[in-house]
Each structure stands twice: as structure tokens, then as C-alpha cells.
Design a protein around this ligand. Structure first.
Ligand code: F3S
Length: 91
């Protein structure tokens, strides 16, 4: 699976969700999550994220390891997001 990490927090550019073929993104208040049982590792979202927040679970930087579990825990509790929306970050 792929994982959304710290750079997404407070940004939510949502460019990632429109390219996902399996609609595996879920929306938290400040960050998006990827559902690990739905992600097919196509990697389409990786280059779309302007802040490089998405990593394969095996390549998550050390300081963001906690996001692997966080995505798995939170995705099932959040609403699916499949359309781009206004980002939180205004840059
Ligand atoms: Fe977040 Fe990047 Fe998607 S900032 S919402 S992971 S495009």
C-alpha cells in the first residue's frame, strides 16, 4: 500500500484523489488517508502531489513511520474523497 505522510497535513491539495483508479483516498480534517486494503500500488498519485506526501509503505521516511498505522486506522473511519477541492494551503 501507499501512505499519505506529514507534508499533506494542513495542505490537502487533493490532486491525488482524481487520478486514483480505485478511489482509495479518505478525508480527515487536516490530511488525507489511503485505505491499505484498497490501494493497488499503481503509484499514479505519487507524482501528482505537489508536496511529495505520498510514499510506498516500504519507503516511508523514518520520521513519518507512524503514518503507516495512522492511514490504516483512520481511512476506514473517514469519508471517501474522489473529487478535487480547494486546498487548505494557499500557496
Ligand atoms: Fe495531500 Fe498531496 Fe493529496 S497534499 S491531498 S497527498 S495531493
Amino acid at each position: 500500500t501507499h501512505v499519505v505522510c506529514q507534508p499533506c497535513f494542513g495542505c490537502k491539495y487533493t490532486d491525488c484523489v482524481v487520478v486514483c483508479p480505485v478511489e482509495c483516498f479518505y478525508e480527515g480534517d487536516k490530511i488525507l488517508y489511503i485505505h491499505p486494503e484498497e490501494c493497488i500500488d499503481c503509484e499514479a498519485c505519487v507524482p501528482e502531489c505537489p508536496v511529495e506526501a505520498i510514499f510506498h509503505e516500504d519507503n516511508v521516511p523514518e520520521e513519518w513511520q507512524g503514518f503507516v498505522e495512522l492511514n490504516a486506522e483512520m481511512a476506514p473511519q473517514c469519508e471517501s474523497i474522489t473529487e478535487k477541492k480547494e486546498p487548505l494551503a494557499d500557496n
